[in-house]
Design a binder for this molecule. Sequence first.
Ligand code: NAP
Length: 488
Amino acid sequence: MKNLIDGKWVESSNGKTLNDINPSTGEVFDTFPASTKDDVDRAMDAAYTTFEKWNDLGSKERGRIIRRAGDLIQASRKELEDLLVKECGKIRPQAIDETDGVLDQIYYYSNFERKLTGDVVEGDTSMRKIFQYKVPHGVVLALTPWNFPAAMVARKLAPALMTGNSVVMKPSSDTPVIAEWLVKKFQQAGVPDGVLNMLTGKGSEIGDYMVAHKKVSLITMTGSTEVGQRIMEKASANMSKLILELGGKAPFIVWNDADIEKALTTLVWAKFWNAGQSCIAAERVYLHEDIAKKFMEKFTTITKNFRVGDPESAQMGPLINSSAVKNMEQVVNAAKENGMEIIAGGNVPKLSGKFSKGFFYSPTLIGDADQKSSVFQDEIFGPVIGVKNVNDWDETIKLANDSRFGLASYLFTEDNKRIFQAAEAVRFGELYVNMPGPESSQGYHTGFRLTGQAGEGSKYGIEDYLKLKNLYVDYSREKLKLSSVPGF
Ligand code: NAP
């Protein structure tokens, strides 16, 4: 695959490439350019010089182009689904769901055409007004992760382009081909040369240079908190605006009056969806002790029997790479050393044939998890989950809030008062009550604490791609006297 710079698909300036690996088999799936500083400069120049023209096109026309990209994706969606299975290891139904999600984002954002409004505010004296209106930032640097490699690309490209910004995107080095496929659809739909550019390469090698590039005005990044913090530091070079969607550690509370079956089904989804590699994954379960035994019996049986393997037929596919498997092993070993019980899983499953070299890990359940342990404090990002019994409501809310991260949280109870108490008390961007996620395009996906800043989705998410500008106008007929100017 290649980079897209100023409308042309090109190699990196020094011709170097990196390997893209199929996580189900460990085999090389493709190669991608290891971009250089020179490539970055050329992509930034192209985005910088074309952005005003793109903005001048108006939102009606931009909306039409973005919708056309959606139509092109829909027409050949099976190719995208196949890539999601092969390059990312998604099980087939989840590849189909993610493709639906891509289309939902694109059509949702494209419909903001002619809907962006501002304010007219009265001035300090009569016959004066302040017009507050929104303009694009300019060049958006979009950095995307591998866990939802198509949905995250769509969720950044559609609002950034819709609002009249131009884009330089760098997708995850684990899933560049999916990003390339989507970018081609936007190009075919009519996004002009230079407005949308894509560069691949290791974030650890070219990331700092991209982030601090003087032509960038806004950086939107979905990824880990560690990288988000580094971006924040480097972005100070330009005072770039930041949209950072970072790590999560969702608490999952099941109270004693909960609909147990609903909670169970949701937990299976919230932990094993995408092999637990989701920012809104349930990462720590707080079970009311009255229902804990019954709940755990059922959840243990489900966990032990969950089918892992070939993404075309299993319930759970591989993790993204070998270091993700090592992370699971570390979490489980540390839990064992600290006396926690491994109730189910805790191993690399033995798979045959081509899948024997894939990056799989068994669904794993850790009992009696310690609140202070890594199991309950660090983002696991895989199919491993800890459970702790609770009985006091206020204490449970305190435990839920005791996290560096603050993205999603879950509550199962039939008590309306508790629902509203939790809504007030939990310090998370999302609380799902008696239901699974994921977030909707019309919701504002955002988090507290180290989960980042700003958000995506809804009118608030699209406004994050815009800057508010002020026009001060005096339309009185009176002469301006120095004595009426402040300070004289
Ligand atoms: P990551 O390692 O932080 O990488 C995210 C993106 O940043 C990749 O494109 C990566 O490129 C790039 N990058 C790495 N170092 C960089 C640097 N120094 N400067 C600029 N860019 C750099 O995250 P990931 O492993 O792909 O994704 C998993 C994380 O994403 C989890 O923590 C998860 O919770 C989070 N996530 C959050 C949300 C949300 O909405 N809050 C949604 C999905 C995922 P390379 O691939 O080349 O390293």
